[in-house]
Design a protein around this ligand. Sequence first.
Ligand code: BJW
Length: 253
Amino acid sequence: MLRPMRESEQPLRQLADSVRDAGHIVVLTGAGISAESGLATFRDPQDGLWSAHRPEDLATPEAFARDPQMVWRWYEWRRARLRSVAPNPGHYALAELQQRVPSLTLITQNVDGLHQQAGSRDVIEFHGNITRTVCSNRSCPGQWHAGDQREPPHCPVCDAFLRPDVVWFGESIPVAAMQASLAALAACDVFMSIGTSSVVYPAAGMAQQAAANGAEIVEINPNATPLSSAADIVIPGPSGEVLPAVIKQLDLP
Ligand code: BJW
């Protein structure tokens, strides 16, 4: 006998139906999807990376110019955290979803590489990747060599400081990431915003762009965001539970 559907399962069923019918899905993820791996989000008032720091003290080119050692050490601390964590069921569910639908573009604001570790392909890293290091003189190809223990290390080509290959406030999104994202947004029929507070632009404007092209907008987040009231489907839960449940729902008649 079929069990009657609980009210909380209805958006899940709705989402599974949309996913089944979709030709092209765009997924945008933020720090919340990695929270269940043990990585802090940015804006959580208790444990967020910025609960103890102002963003402008750490994630801007001005902060790096003012105190390169402090900024470098903060990123070293985050790299060390990253080495001790692994993808969670939310990351794995998205990798599986990519295998099961005709086309899925995964855009992440995260710099942790956990989607790739979970098996997602062609991930667009909108804000870079913390494990890579580049010369702070962006036109210089200099790379870090392990022997340089200075904090920050110096570029072996031009002697400028090296820096993490991430996008700070006031910096442009990498051109290839921006172009690939815009093309995907113009072509998708479902847009899913997962684990992001939807306050940092231009990523926060993607839902609106997708909606303007007729896409259905989905949000998965335990907390309300500026996107929630405009989304067609809102599933207020942790992505590590909701996404595996969506996959399970796809298999139901
Ligand atoms: C869960 C969960 C669970 C918890 N499951 N969910 C237009 C309007 C206004 C301002 C601007 C604008 N355009 C540009 C700006 C300026 C600026 C900006 O947006 N400022 C706003 C803050 C007002 N943007 C920029 O400067 C961008 N550049 C740009 O636009 O270039 C053009 C330009 C160039 C020159 C001059 C002017 C313009 C660059 C933005 C770069 C952002 N960089 C950072 C740091 C990256 C490196 C690093 O990691 O250190 O990216 S900031 C930080 O925020 C990081 C994140 O990717 C980003 C977004 O955060 P995210 O992922 O949403 O995390 P949280 O913590 O905010 O939210 C977590 C969510 O998860 C919460 O909602 C929880 O509820 C949820 N959650 N557990 C699911 N289990």
